[in-house]
Design a protein around this ligand. Structure first.
Ligand SMILES: *Cc1c(COP(=O)(O)O)cnc(C)c1O
Length: 335
């Protein structure tokens, strides 16, 4: 296929991350996986505000916020949100105010969950934290908050859940190209890309970036949040919007592969396979995963190998989406 030029609607990213991130062979973890060749895409090394996948999306979203003249950003997510942490840091760097609506999504009440990890960092970055009201839709609360700020003379800009819009997904549309280019330079052919999936923008961007390519790897999102089939449609909708925005071929529903087995017992709650995957990464590679996203992502990859969806003789890229700061909200996991 030939790449069409990007549409004029696409803003220039503000430049927060250290890119490209490394793509590296992981022989120890590959042995544990027991089948395919394993490469790690280290988006835990995007650098900005301790790294993670939200940086790539926020580079585009903050470009739009700035183009609209905003001086304040608002966003909502779970208490230990990596998205909120990186949003707070981006606002600080760009001289803007951040308001975070932190929601009670996980039944954990201990001091570490409440005050350490990403919450500590949100405060360090100077964000204003608002507690989510149970029973009220977060979008309505954000809208009310934006109105109050506007009355006070601020110019607020609301960032969607996880930054997962067609614009935010451009970050992963470009990351897909980065993966293919770096793999080619290493003499590797990539058959699969596997990663933890939450609000869906990461997967949507990857799918949009790979659609229409003859050498496209299969993208497998490991859900950590939703268990309904509508999730696939929601990811596809973002991917279609992202492809249109970038002037690329449209992906199809078949391009959006989601595994739901790792969600249990629920968002923000690791299961035994999560903890085993985290320990394997730590003890074979010195690689830090987290109990909410990447631990479940790697456990999902292990399951795809065990069920034969990913075969020996194939090459898989595990996209490390970050999240390690959240580990410190779970101090007793390996006690
Ligand atoms: C947000 C997040 C994800 C999921 O990305 P989405 O684009 O929301 O699907 C995966 N891993 C980590 C560490 C995250 O913070």
């Amino acid at each position: 296929m030939t790449d069409l030029p990007a549409t004029a609607a696409l803003p220039e990213p503000v430049g927060l991350c250290h890119l490209p991130t490394p793509l590296e062979h992981a022989p120890g973890l590959e042995k544990w996986l027991g089948g395919p060749r394993l490469l790690l895409k280290r988006d835990d090394c995007t650098g900005f505000a301790l790294g993670g996948n939200k940086g790539r999306k926020l580079e585009f979203i903050f470009a739009e916020a700035q183009a609209k003249g905003a001086d304040t950003v608002l966003t909502a997510a779970g208490l230990q949100s990596n998205h909120c942490r990186q949003t707070a840091a981006a606002a600080a760097r760009l001289g803007m105010e951040a308001h975070l609506l932190l929601l009670h999504m996980v039944q954990r009440e201990d001091a570490a969950y409440r005050d350490s990890g990403n919450v500590l960092l949100d405060r360090l970055f100077g964000a204003t934290i608002h507690a989510g009201e149970p029973g009220l839709a977060p979008a309505d609360q954000l809208a009310a908050l934006a109105q109050t700020l506007e009355k006070a003379g601020r110019r607020p800009f609301v960032i969607e859940f996880g930054g997962s819009t067609p614009l935010g997904a451009q970050g992963y549309l470009r990351a897909a190209e980065e993966i293919l280019a770096d793999a080619a330079a290493m003499g590797e052919r990539v058959d699969h890309i596997v990663h933890a999936s939450g609000s869906g923008g990461t997967q949507a961007g990857l799918v949009a970036g790979l659609a229409g390519r003859a050498d496209a790897p299969k993208v497998h999102g490991i859900s950590v949040l939703r268990t309904d089939e509508g999730y696939i449609d929601d990811i596809l909708a973002i991917a279609l919007g992202a492809a249109a925005l970038a002037g690329r071929p449209a992906p199809t529903r078949a391009d959006v592969r989601v595994a739901f087995e790792e969600v249990a017992p629920g968002y923000g709650e690791p299961n035994p396979a999560t903890l085993e995957a985290m320990a394997a990464a730590a003890r074979t590679e010195g690689l830090v995963l987290d109990p909410v996203y990447t631990g479940k992502g790697l456990a999902g990859l292990k399951r795809l190998v065990a069920t034969g969806t990913i075969g020996p003789g194939e090459t898989v890229v595990f996209l490390h989406t970050g999240g390690a700061p959240g580990l410190f909200a779970y101090p007793s996991l390996y006690a």
